[in-house]
Design a protein around this ligand. Structure first.
Ligand SMILES: [Zn+2]
Length: 315
């Protein structure tokens, strides 16, 4: 079974410690190392560029650029093993033998309030952006920001520019108000790269049923994530069977054709047992195939995510 993973944090880990985190090292400490992705037959991996809030505002673009440089130098290299996915034509070339890699900016903090930086990051290969991480920035409030504000004036300009560029909007981490403000933007491709269901696990980072229905209605996607605290209320007990509960719930809301996976590997230190990296993905595959028809499982592991990017990336 072929996989598409909508969210990993390899790049911020590599930026923090490039010596320890080598993508092509067979002994790599990365969850989503080349060998782990290969073994699991992941054919498309979305790589997040994430700048921690501890980085001073004036340095945020610099840190994002550093991570993009690592992406090209340490992962893409000569495209023998991993290819850059920046358009639809390239997307059709990815396979478990030559893994596709798509760049996501997780949080518009790196724009430092300049639309020009959005355009430049697009030219460097960024095709998807989450407006915020957990807190407020120049664009909008994140989900952990207590005042729960929506988009700023600059945020609305960013949205207009994203539409023009046809950059995909990732609503994971965004405040509820921000979510409802962007969901009405018809021309904007939208997904949640790594969020589960609040009805199953009442964590702020998870989506309410009406948000899930709205994403489905506009042909968005919901990336079921393996973050233990988003999977089960008592996170040390989170298991693969709890992940299945989220999938079951999404199906109940009419989401069968809109589910994919966004592991958040390398962004989490605590892991679900037997779901520590893609190396162990067969445990999830077995559990899914026991509970659901194979045709559905294939939709979630690959087809739904692929169909989204095929539709939304420009030629
Ligand atoms: Zn995240």
């Amino acid at each position: 079974m072929q996989w598409l993973d909508g969210h990993c944090d390899v790049l911020s880990k590599m930026w923090k410690d490039p010596v320890k985190h080598k993508f092509y090292d067979p002994q790599s400490k990365l969850d989503s190392s080349y060998f782990n992705l290969r073994e699991a037959t992941v054919a498309l991996q979305v790589f997040a560029v994430w700048v921690p809030e501890t980085v001073a505002k004036a340095q945020r673009l610099q840190v994002a650029l550093k991570q993009i440089d690592l992406f090209y130098e340490e992962i893409i290299q000569d495209e023998q093993n991993v290819i850059l996915i920046a358009d639809r034509k390239r997307l059709r070339e990815c396979s478990p033998e030559r893994i596709g890699a798509l760049l996501l900016l997780e949080g518009a903090d790196a724009l430092q309030g300049e639309l020009a930086n959005l355009r430049l990051l697009w030219r460097l290969g960024i095709r998807q952006m989450g407006l915020t991480w957990n807190y407020a920035n120049e664009v909008a409030d994140g989900i952990e920001e207590e005042r729960g504000g929506g988009l700023t004036r600059f945020g609305r300009q960013v949205i207009e520019e994203m539409k023009r560029l046809r950059m995909i909007l990732d609503v994971s981490h965004l405040s509820v108000k921000g979510f409802w403000e962007v969901i009405g933007e018809e021309e904007l491709p939208i997904l949640a790269s790594h969020s589960n269901c609040r009805a199953i696990c009442p964590h702020k980072r998870n989506l309410e049923d009406d948000q899930i229905r709205a994403l489905i209605e506009r042909d968005g996607r919901i990336g079921v994530t393996f973050v233990p605290s988003f999977v089960h209320v008592s996170y040390p007990d989170a298991s693969i069977s709890h992940v299945l509960k989220h999938i079951d719930h999404l199906c109940g809301l009419g989401g069968e054709d809109y589910i994919f996976f966004g592991s958040d590997f390398d962004g989490i230190s605590y892991k679900i047992k037997h779901l520590e990296s893609y190396r162990y993905i067969h445990y999830l595959t077995e559990a899914l195939l026991k509970a659901f028809p194979e045709s559905s499982v294939k939709k979630w592991s690959w087809e739904n995510g692929y169909r989204f990017y095929e539709k939304q990336l420009s030629l």
